[in-house]
Design a protein around this ligand. Sequence first.
Ligand code: HEC
Ligand code: HEC
Ligand code: HEC
Ligand code: HEC
Ligand code: HEC
Ligand code: HEC
Ligand code: HEC
Length: 257
Amino acid sequence: MKRLEIIYGVLTLGALGAGFALPIVVHREGPDAAIGWQDMVSPGPLSEAHAFLANDCTACHTPHVGIETSNCVSCHANNEKLLSTPDTAFHASVDSCVGCHTEHAMPPSTPTTMDHELLIAIARADADEGTLALIESLRVHASATPTPHARITSTELMLDCASCHTNEEPHRTLFGNNCASCHSTASWRIPEYRHPSPQSTSCVQCHSGPPSHYMGHFEMVSKRIAGVEHVEVTDCFKCHRTNSWNEIPGIGWYKHH
Ligand code: HEC
Ligand code: HEC
Ligand code: HEC
Ligand code: HEC
Ligand code: HEC
Ligand code: HEC
Ligand code: HEC
């Protein structure tokens, strides 16, 4: 998470070209933020989870200020699950909530969108001069690096994808840590990707078996189930097809527990 720590705030700072530490908070409320909430009509119903606050606008809106992060945090500070899960642990240091969590939406059922670029735009109020300098050099580096494909932006390239997403990584580290070289932030699907044919014998180039395949279990269980005797563990294609790892040819669905 270290790399991520130094990332907050970079864009705003870069745009200003400032060389000193400014606490920059991204306010999405715009100029209207100064209007007292009493003068406002609710733009729509609250999300289901917040429906109980329908008569308590000030729970989130501070009059003449707008949405204050501290209002949200006062109710959500101790969310253990959120702070201990790698991909959402960044919540401990963000100082703005509204970019990703919206309210008053129609329909009010999906209040969260993961805005990866916002991670960078949100400034960490307590970032010191040295940290901000590091962030800036990261930005310069990213904007000078050609994007590996059209589905990613140079802003997103500043993120260390693996620090948040290793738990979901299906490649068993065979493709390295530079997820952005192949992936976008919108979907893990890669439209132009075509899987090699089931006739391929080089499965092991891109796949590595589960840990049990490299232990006694392989000799004693996997080989017997597959009914294949003279075979190396690297000959995945002799026991597997490309549709599913658990569909063993000629045997059927097998899920070991
Ligand atoms: C659970 C927190 C919460 C409560 C309670 C809440 N709001 Fe909001 N409201 C927001 C957020 C967040 C936004 C920012 C816009 C967005 O992203 O949906 C917002 C935006 C607005 C806006 C648009 C202008 C702006 O500041 O962006 C108005 C007007 C508004 N709210 C009125 C109300 C009124 C009136 C009530 C009470 C009936 C209320 N809100 C209750 C969270 C809340
Ligand atoms: C008065 C306390 C209170 C305030 C203020 C408050 N929330 Fe909540 N929020 C809750 C409760 C209670 C829930 C439902 C139970 C839970 O998920 O913890 C909830 C749920 C949520 C959820 C989960 C939504 C879902 O559909 O499951 C998110 C995200 C969230 N709040 C974000 C915010 C943000 C952002 C703000 C500030 C704009 C805010 N909350 C202000 C009490 C509050
Ligand atoms: C860069 C985007 C981003 C920002 C900024 C952000 N969140 Fe989140 N938040 C998320 C995502 C993504 C999730 C996970 C949603 C899921 O599990 O599907 C989440 C989950 C949550 C949840 C748990 C919801 C649940 O279902 O249990 C709460 C509460 C929450 N955020 C509150 C906040 C508060 C308070 C702030 C401001 C201090 C904030 N968030 C800032 C993206 C963001
Ligand atoms: C600070 C943590 C963090 C970083 C860094 C990060 N992500 Fe995410 N990402 C999240 C969270 C949180 C979500 C929403 C919850 C989820 O689906 O895991 C998400 C969602 C996604 C999704 C959508 C998943 C789906 O099925 O909807 C993709 C794809 C993704 N990220 C790719 C990337 C890539 C590529 C990078 C690097 C350029 C990256 N992420 C960097 C936290 C992060
Ligand atoms: C060399 C290119 C490459 C790299 C690097 C790479 N991936 Fe992938 N990944 C792929 C391809 C190709 C697919 C299949 C896409 C498809 O089916 O549309 C994929 C699929 C995925 C999926 C979806 C799996 C599924 O079955 O739903 C996830 C999640 C994923 N990758 C995460 C990551 C993460 C996290 C990283 C970095 C630690 C990473 N990938 C690095 C090429 C790559
Ligand atoms: C050039 C790289 C490459 C080769 C060679 C390759 N695969 Fe894949 N395979 C991938 C990628 C990338 C994915 C998608 C990410 C993931 O799920 O691991 C994938 C996914 C799979 C899946 C998961 C399908 C699913 O949706 O659950 C199976 C099963 C599979 N491959 C079997 C094989 C077999 C068997 C061979 C050899 C005949 C093989 N692969 C050869 C790259 C490759
Ligand atoms: C001798 C035949 C054989 C070979 C060779 C083989 N497997 Fe398997 N594999 C199996 C069988 C049988 C199962 C299901 C039962 C088990 O776990 O043993 C399985 C299960 C799996 C699973 C699913 C594990 C789960 O969690 O459900 C994956 C993934 C897998 N193999 C990948 C590979 C890869 C990658 C290779 C090549 C590097 C490979 N296998 C080589 C027979 C084989």
